[in-house]
Design a protein around this ligand. Structure first.
Ligand code: 13P
Ligand code: SF4
Length: 315
């Protein structure tokens, strides 16, 4: 009996994915943290802002969103008529569960004149009670666009909120959510790896604690990190975000060296999707994202407003 090797099995799955993709006119939108094999089949690989921008423009009939649920929901809000598939049903972002629409409404009651800014890492229901969304790439720009005399409620990430407060000087009312993967990292951990690589630049995500941000040479979204490291004169980098990020960084900058600031920076939800689940997604059209119309309409407005602010400022 002929033994089938792992490489032969993978190329068979890849061929099946390619056939299904063509038959269904599908596009694969993939986040930077996904496993290498999934990134390699992406039509677009990027950060949350890039995924939303591309989702708003694609002419595919089906979008397979390889990432977590809020990214697929955002794609659905922007494409109500398309099928949006999340290959792994349990790929949720725990931060998105940390604030509920009722929490935002209670804050709005206390601060009736406030503008609500919510990170895209929220459920569609929370976006529906939000005035404008932001991502890690544009949070500073979005907050800066709000008139000085308006109060601002910022949900759900306290660390991104603290970073935006520092960058804009605005007095934000911040919800105390966080990303469990990024919040795990302490200044002590960063100082320890810095000691091992004294010449390396430290590049971190704004979901990190302020004590970590203060040690960084640059604070960027995941795609912002790719640009920063490609353009920097430095050759060695310590990366303060989910470890999957090292794959696109090494691909984009083959001559440079990258280390995670902490080995434990893994988002289990981002690691669920694999080639088999992408194949199953297309075969069985699963798991299709739906958003009730009464939530979809106001939630879409908050996303559209964010994309508009980007267009007004040229990105
Ligand atoms: P980016 O938008 O920077 O890719 O971040 C998404 C995310 O979930 C970070 O943990
Ligand atoms: Fe959510 Fe954190 Fe995972 Fe990003 S890394 S998807 S914020 S849990």
């Amino acid at each position: 009996m002929k033994v089938v090797t792992a490489a032969e099995r993978t190329s068979e799955v890849l061929a099946q994915i390619a056939d299904l993709k063509k038959a269904k006119n599908a596009a694969f939108l993939v986040h930077n943290y996904q496993i290498a094999e999934v990134q390699d089949i992406g039509d677009f690989v990027g950060d949350s802002l890039g995924l939303a921008q591309v989702a708003a423009q694609t002419d595919a009939d089906v979008i397979v969103l390889c990432g977590v649920r809020f990214m697929a929901e955002t794609a659905k809000l922007l494409n109500p008529e398309k099928a949006i598939l999340l290959p792994e049903q349990d790929a949720n972002c725990p931060m998105a569960q940390m604030v509920r629409p009722g929490d935002v409404l209670a804050l709005k009651e206390k601060h009736p004149g406030a503008v609500v800014v919510s990170y895209v890492n929220t459920t569609a229901a929370t976006k529906a009670v939000t005035d404008v969304c932001c991502t890690s790439a544009n949070a500073v720009k979005v907050v800066s666009s709000i008139p000085e005399d308006r109060e601002i409620i910022f949900t759900p990430d306290q660390h991104l909120g603290a970073f935006v407060r520092k960058m804009t000087g605005r007095d934000l009312i911040i919800w105390p959510g966080c990303c469990p993967t990024h919040a795990r990292v302490t200044a002590e951990m960063v100082l320890e790896v810095k000691g091992e690589h004294p010449g390396a630049e430290v590049v971190v995500h704004p979901e990190c604690r302020m004590e970590v941000i203060e040690l960084a040479d640059a604070v960027r979204s995941t795609s912002g990190m790719l640009k920063y490291c490609a353009e920097s004169a430095a050759s060695d980098f310590l990366i303060g975000t989910e470890k999957g990020m090292l794959y696109p960084l090494k691909k984009r900058c083959p001559g440079k060296k990258f280390w995670p600031v902490a080995e434990e920076m893994v988002c289990p939800n981002m690691k669920l999707t694999n080639l088999e689940s992408v194949r199953a997604a297309l075969e069985d059209m699963q798991y299709e994202i739906t958003v009730p119309p009464d939530i979809a309409e106001p939630a879409r407005r908050a996303i559209d407003r964010m994309l508009e602010i980007g267009r007004e400022s040229g990105n």
